[in-house]
Ligand binder design. Sequence first.
Ligand code: ADP
Ligand code: F6P
Length: 321
Amino acid sequence: MSLKSIAVLTSGGDSQGMNAAVRSVVRSALFHGLEVYAVQRGYYGLIHDDIRQMDLRSVGDIIQRGGTILQTARCKEFMTPEGQQLAADHLRKRGIDGLVVIGGDGSYQGANKLSKLGIKTMGLPGTIDNDIPYTDFTIGFDTAVSIVGDAINKLRDTMSSHERASVVEVMGRHCGDIALYAGLASGAETILVPEVPYDLDEIASRMKENFDAGKRHSIILVAEGVGSGHEIANEITKRNGIEPRVTVLGHVQRGGAPTHNDRNLASQLGDFAVRKLIEGESGKACGIVKGELVTTDIDKVVNSKKPFNMEMYNLALRLSQ
Ligand code: ADP
Ligand code: F6P
């Protein structure tokens, strides 16, 4: 049976570019003659039947905005089989046969469950963490990296004036990509990520030697998956007597206008998801691999771990001497 109507939702932690993805899904679906609905507050809205029909104008003036006009939620009720069944029933009752879920790893788990209940689902990778396998980049990651890079530039100014060290804690959950990409781009002296073991004795003595040799600042980027930036700073002080200032960037990394890369990625992936649903694919996650748009079984995606880019990590180490 051919697809007649689809819905779109955003779920989990928001990310910059989610609005651009919603706009792309809605306008692409309308272009292909589908009815399109929006679910408010992710899976919470599905369970509570908070669903409205969209038209071309519903997604006007949002491509450049951070956050998500559909809002998002972390919904416990949806974790139960009863919650998932209720969500599927609400879609069926309205004659909606396809669903595009824009979110991270957890949201994909939810999409996988709905797919197994017979809803034709497509996942779009919306998270700043870049922790989704089978896509090189997630929507929001590029913007988060830019925000961290800008913050480091600012910190470097004041650290150099005072000849200080700076520990910067960044988000990413269990993934070190935000720290890695922002660290390479901004020349951080040390990048600590959960994927690679580190030696605090070596880091502390290198920092001391560098300051003694005339270096005027030292930036240590800590991915939250490693632990707290404050703890790392304390451990460094214990070893070399230097007292790094600590900055926890927090949710600032999730806000603000998406970069043009994120808007373009979101626009491409949103349209791709709709076209793949129309072609009859479902239970898939959309991604970009080496510049090509691809779909992968969502079951496979949620049961895999994204490989860490060791080559890039080693490059960052070599260049930060
Ligand atoms: P993200 O999508 O950013 O990783 P979460 O991990 O909070 O964010 O997941 C978002 C939502 O997806 C959760 O609040 C829950 O409703 C749903 N979800 C997460 N994991 C599962 C699961 N194993 N089964 C069903 N639903 C899930
Ligand atoms: O997944 C996005 C993310 O910002 C992670 O980087 C971070 O660990 C988490 O969400 C923070 O969650 P919350 O918004 O619930 O504080």
